[in-house]
Design a protein around this ligand. Structure first.
Ligand code: AMP
Ligand code: MG
Length: 470
């Protein structure tokens, strides 16, 4: 099972761009060769801006990238002199099917930057083929690029740990999907791009040395309090339990919870076929490739647990099996606690009492039976509307003084609804970025009312399926 090793450095962009403001570190590139393939992005014909995240760039001290030279860097036409671009190696189970080698097939890590004591990866996505591309073209079209930009930024504003979007640029090139479509490159920022699949890549190769290095790297960078592999596993189990509970509390369906899309940092990663629910249904699925409903809304905790079992398994060469089992077994309890807290906040309850779980469950049952809109039903409770039924009476009787405040922080007024996301993509393909900008602006303050973006889709506007989005 040979990895893509020994390619050597591929310099496709001879004119390195020098800017003193962009001092990339390259800690992952400094790991041994078998962790990555070293190559430059593939240049594109005619880059132009689609979006640049100025507030986040300010936070990262990367505003210098919002320039003509920066555009060339973010399109992959030039490489900063401090950057050592690499495609990261990883494996993974996709819909349960094992792939010993996936890796960054269309992404390149440019390097890392430090802000407020945290180190962030800066990665181009859609920057051309790599040794991990298999049959893919290494590219992305503007649909999924803008989708990821918009939804990941909305998630951040909603308080959910997530990778961020720094920029989106159009390449001026056409790529072929179901049709010829305009190409784009996303600049993604993450606390790290380490995945469960990164560990699996080395576990399947019985490369204990690499697993030890990877564990040490992950602890140092992401979980400095963690004590060895057991501490790392414990931290990741806890972070994933919290993350999936947060997703579910805002009606988010990730859609492609493969082990290569489970981040060791506990951030949401990979916005392919994800979607927010309109009307509530536990078995809701959007991804057109998820035929069995493996990643349905209500199945997400189960799958997260399964993915963490795979992580524990990958760590077995460097830790005791009993300890791994014991830690992974804590997932269900930790998830249940996180979920209960998140869901009770949505009905204004801070400190849980006996009977509260039943109260929220009864509401969810009513919502599902009546196909009520997830976001708007909870949001209506904020405004003091008490449903005129048994549930409403029981709820009113239970409410404490601080209920309003708790609900206001837990129930967003708007989420990126599918039909809106489709609308902005269609407009962008036709060269109109205004709908994107307006929706993106509103989603920066999702807990404030924005009536225009709060309405559920009309029946003819309903999006039935989202695509893998490549
Ligand atoms: P994803 O479904 O985005 O999690 O990607 C799964 C795997 O397919 C990863 O190894 C990606 O790098 C790879 N991949 C996805 N799209 C492309 C593409 N257009 N070209 C090359 N590789 C790709
Ligand atoms: Mg992925």
């Amino acid at each position: 099972m040979a990895g893509p090793f020994g390619w050597g450095a591929v310099r496709k962009t001879p004119n390195a761009y020098t800017h003193p403001m962009i001092a990339f570190q390259n800690s992952y590139a400094s790991l041994p060769d078998r962790f990555h393939a070293r190559l430059d992005p593939t240049p594109v014909a005619a880059p132009s801006w689609l979006a640049f995240n100025t507030p986040f760039a300010e936070h990262l001290n990367l505003t210098a990238l919002h320039s003509d030279e920066g555009l060339q860097v973010l399109a992959g036409n030039s490489v900063a002199d401090t950057s050592t671009p690499i495609a990261m190696a990883y494996a993974g189970q996709q819909f349960g099917n094992w792939s010993p080698q996936l890796g960054d097939g269309r992404a390149l890590l440019l390097g890392e930057v430090e802000a407020d004591g945290t180190i962030y990866d800066v990665q181009l996505k859609g920057s051309g083929p790599t040794p991990f591309s298999r049959r893919g073209d290494g590219r992305a079209w503007i649909g999924p690029v803008l989708r990821e930009y918009l939804i990941s930024e909305a998630m951040a504003a909603l308080g959910v740990p997530t990778t961020r979007a720094l920029a989106a640029v159009a390449t001026g090139e056409t790529i072929i999907r179901e049709a010829p479509l305009p190409g784009a490159v996303l600049t993604r920022v993450a606390r790290s791009h380490l995945r469960v699949g990164t560990f699996q890549y080395f576990a399947i190769r019985e490369d204990k040395d690499a697993l030890e290095r990877l564990t040490a790297y992950a602890i140092k960078r992401l979980w400095p309090e963690a004590d060895g592999p057991a501490g790392l596993l414990d931290a990741v189990v806890g972070a994933q339990a919290e993350l999936v509970a947060k997703w579910m509390s805002i009606g988010f369906i990730h859609g492609v919870m493969n082990t290569d899309n489970v981040s060791i940092s506990g951030e949401t990663i990979d916005y392919g076929p994800c979607a927010f629910m309109d009307d509530f249904a536990l078995n809701r699925v959007f991804s057109s490739i998820d035929e069995g409903g493996r990643y349905a809304y209500g199945n997400q905790p189960h799958i997260a647990h399964w993915n963490l079992v795979q992580f524990a398994q990958a760590l077995l060469p460097v830790m005791q099996v009993e300890a791994a089992q014991e830690i992974v077994d804590t997932f269900s309890t930790r998830f249940a606690i996180a979920q209960k807290k998140a869901m009770l906040a949505k009905i204004g309850i801070g400190d849980a009492q006996a009977g509260d779980a039943e109260l929220i469950n009864r509401l969810l049952t009513i919502m599902e039976e009546r196909s009520l809109d997830f976001t708007n039903t909870f949001r209506a409770l904020n405004s003091g509307i008490v449903p005129d039924d048994d549930w409403g009476a029981d709820w009113r009787a239970r409410l404490g003084e601080e209920a309003q405040q708790i609900m206001a922080a837990a129930n967003p007024a708007i989420i990126p609804r599918n039909h809106r996301v489709e609308e902005i993509i269609t407009a962008a393909v036709n060269g109109d970025m205004v709908p994107f900008e307006r929706l993106h602006e509103a989603l920066k303050t999702p807990f404030t009312d924005h009536a225009e973006f709060a309405t559920p889709p009309l029946s003819e506007e309903r999006v039935q399926a989202t695509f893998c989005g490549t």
